[in-house]
Design a protein around this ligand. Structure first.
Ligand SMILES: Cc1ncc(COP(=O)(O)O)c(C=O)c1O
Length: 464
């Protein structure tokens, strides 16, 4: 590496340099994540089992751990070209403010209309639904970023889009709903009275402000009850979503190669794990193959600490228990997180791929309280002039702490983090932080135990 080389503030790959294949991180793993199993038979699921819920091509991607590279369909590339490649930015101003010798880079995914990385998978999933001849898709959304991205993608491909939006986000972010409306999506606050799952959750928790787990139950029920015209799509957690998001990591690695750089540490926020899984994919492959000794750090909210305080167990992906069981770090599908402003990180579980890597010691995890996150977000906005999404601010905080440790040790480490989105629809949260009314909620062990009590009582979970 040439330390004298001038590193520009922003590096954009050209359109021609954009990867034309996704990378399947599972193909590089020493051991595969445990398979999805049927909650009744406890047997691994095949494509035919998943076909009533997922689009067929996506079900195949979900179950394929072997294929390393998957061609990105031309129609998907055409949409990607409207907003990709996304830039790699050297955070010179933040480095200066921190007084750190570390070199901080971030991959910025907030440059498209939807405002986040979620569009990368939304476009792919809408495309496959259209290919299959479906009329539409159903989904959940937490913070609203996924729902917005999917609405855009569905509108582009001419599909209907039914979005179940976590109730507290629906109330905190009316403009998110309006953007989805522009793209003709039907948005329902969840839990709702429109599904059996929603009615059951409301009967048990009448005052609940909802969670991703509840919204997933409703969206799955709506797809399964559509007479085969619609399928359910999910914006995170699943293997297929991490596959689509690998475009983030592939572009990052190409750009860093051009700069003559390789990260010592890669940091990302972790909700269900899609941006982190995508960002780290090629770097983790290097680590697993012993080519590089890179540290990979997941950052999660202290209010919903699935990696740092969860259990590695088979669990439902939703609160209403209508999905298959996945082995993952989980707080229990019955865990209803407090209404934190980083709505996109309020999920009880974690991607099975990331969970396996964490379990096997290849991934580290840290958690932070909400006010610490906003402190980092505000510093970042002032220095780097981008107002980050609260979810993304978790990665910022993780990167800042790495950089401050470098200040202590004098090491000029190279840090790469994922800036997944912008925070312009999160102004209620910023306002609460700025006027001092934001609170920090960290669940007690007793709170967490209630969630763990909801874990399925099956042989696979004995002794966890
Ligand atoms: C901006 C942003 N970043 C991160 C996330 C977390 O999701 P994931 O862990 O799937 O990347 C979300 C989820 O809504 C989000 O909106």
């Amino acid at each position: 590496m040439n330390s004298q080389k001038h590193i520009p503030h922003r590096l954009y790959l050209t359109e021609d340099q954009m990867p034309r294949q996704w990378f399947n991180l599972r193909s590089a793993m020493k051991e595969q994540p445990d398979p999805l199993i049927h909650p009744g038979t406890l047997q691994p699921l095949g494509v035919a089992d998943l076909a009533p819920i997922f689009c067929e091509e996506l079900a195949k991607q979900e179950l394929d751990g072997a294929t390393a590279y998957v061609d990105i369909p031309e129609e998907v590339l055409e949409v990607y070209r409207m907003y990709r490649p996304s830039p790699i930015i050297r955070a010179y101003a933040l480095e200066k403010a921190l007084g750190t010798p570390a070199k901080i880079y971030y991959k910025f995914e907030g440059n498209n209309t939807s405002g986040s990385h979620k569009l990368n998978s939304a476009v792919a999933q809408a495309y496959y639904a259209k290919q299959q001849g479906l009329t539409g898709v159903t989904t959940e959304t937490g913070a609203g970023q996924w729902g917005t991205a999917l609405s855009e993608a569905c509108s582009y491909f001419g599909l209907s889009c039914d979005v179940y939006m976590v109730k507290c986000s629906y109330e905190q972010k009316p403009f998110r709903k309006a953007v989805m409306g522009v793209f003709d999506a039907q948005v329902t606050p969840s839990p709702s009275n429109t599904t059996q799952a929603g009615r059951a959750i409301l009967a048990e928790h009448p005052d609940t402000t909802g969670s991703l787990g509840c919204a997933i139950s409703e969206a799955v029920e709506a797809a399964v009850g559509s007479g085969g015209k619609k399928r359910y799509v999910l914006g995170s957690v699943l293997n297929q979503v991490l596959l689509h998001q690998s475009i983030i990591g592939l572009e990052s690695k190409l750009a860093m190669d051009q700069l003559g750089e390789y990260p010592d540490v890669v940091v990302g926020c972790a909700g269900g794990g899609s941006n982190l899984g995508g960002l780290i994919a090629p770097f983790m492959a290097d680590k697993l193959a012993g080519r590089k000794d890179v540290r990979i750090v997941a950052v999660e909210p202290a209010s919903c600490p699935s990696l740092t305080r969860g259990k590695y167990a088979y669990d439902f992906c939703d609160t209403g228990k209508v999905t298959p069981l996945a082995r993952m770090y989980t707080l229990g599908s019955g865990f209803i997180p407090s209404p934190s402003h980083a709505g996109g990180l309020r999920y009880h579980g974690m991607s099975p791929i990331l969970s396996k890597l964490y379990h096997d010691g290849y991934l580290e995890a840290v958690s932070y309280r909400q006010t610490e996150i906003f402190e980092a977000a505000v510093l970042f906005a002032k220095r780097e002039t981008i107002l980050p999404a609260p979810e993304s601010a978790h990665a910022i905080k993780g990167a800042i702490d790495e950089a401050l440790r470098c200040r202590e040790s004098g090491e000029a480490k190279t840090i790469l983090f994922g800036l997944t989105g912008t925070g312009y629809f999160d102004m209620t949260a910023y306002e609460a932080y700025l006027n001092g009314t934001m609170s920090d909620y960290v669940p007690t062990d007793a709170d967490l135990q209630k969630g763990f009590d909801s874990l399925p009582d099956i042989p696979q979970n004995r002794g966890i």
